[in-house]
Design a binder for this molecule. Structure first.
Ligand SMILES: N[C@@H](CCC(=O)N[C@@H](CSC=O)C(=O)NCC(=O)O)C(=O)O
Length: 238
């Protein structure tokens, strides 16, 4: 697996906080690194940025490169349990355990780490907020977890997690930006469901959902608002 890491100058003198950025469908470890404009703000705030790939590559599964929204470039950051995919597609373990143990060799403070992403993840750019109810999520979860394994689907759905797992008394501060001209806004992202889940589970006012007029789903959109997101993470990490 390949990944990119940005190290600010503060790492010359000790361990600093880090943000993982989970890129979206079709991306490699390079898209966010090359197109988001995140490194200037990260240098200002003294944050490490870690950019993982979005799936295993060239693992010889039949059809792995056939679709842009499933298989290569579309691991959905979950551990597949269906026999065809489960040997290699363990992206949840990779992000949560394996990659942190690899980057532990770098000057990163493991107690001050946060996570952000685009589209295929939640927090904070154009997230697929309720994947169990949209075509991208249903295709990915059927293929990786099994069509009948709906309970496992819920473990990877922000709306479901707000009702089942997140402490109702927790004080959340979630920043989400999405463009009003995003092609995927209505059919795939389902952000009104996220707003509803925040309200219904005692987190009213704890989601900052900003609809950015005229922006689409691209990295031009991300690069325009990345500074706010780096500041948002720095507020808690520093
Ligand atoms: N090819 C597809 C759309 C693919 C797309 O928009 N990918 C986005 C992420 S979408 C959700 O995860 C992306 O980041 N692409 C790479 C880039 O550098 O822009 C289609 O045509 O519909």
């Amino acid at each position: 697996m390949q990944f990119n890491v940005f190290l600010p100058k503060e790492t010359e003198h000790g361990k600093v906080p880090a943000v993982y950025f989970l890129a979206g469908l079709t991306c490699t470890e390079d898209n966010f690194a090359q197109k988001s404009g995140a490194f200037g703000p990260a240098a200002r705030e003294g944050l490490v940025i870690i950019c993982p790939d979005t799936s295993p590559r060239k693992v010889n599964i039949e059809g792995e490169d056939d679709d842009y929204d499933f298989g290569s470039g579309a691991g959905f950051y979950i551990n597949a349990t269906t026999p065809k995919w489960s040997k290699h597609y363990k992206m949840y373990d990779y992000i949560v355990n394996e990659l942190p143990s690899v980057v532990a060799e770098l000057p990163i403070d493991p107690k001050r780490v946060s996570i952000s992403g685009h589209s295929m993840s939640v927090s904070a750019f154009a997230p697929i907020a309720n994947p169990t109810n949209c075509p991208w999520g249903q295709k990915a979860f059927s293929g990786y977890l099994g069509e009948d394994n709906k309970e496992a689907w819920k473990e990877h759905d922000a709306c479901e997690l707000l009702s089942s797992t997140v402490d109702k008394t927790a004080k959340l501060d979630v920043l989400v930006d999405v463009g009003t001209s995003d092609n995927f806004l209505e059919k795939q992202l389902l952000l009104p469901n996220l707003e509803k889940a925040f309200k219904e589970n005692g987190h009213d006012g704890q989601l900052k959902l900003r609809y950015q007029q005229g922006y689409d789903h691209s990295y031009y959109f991300i690069s325009t608002f990345i500074d706010d997101h780096i500041r948002h993470h720095a507020k808690y990490l520093k």
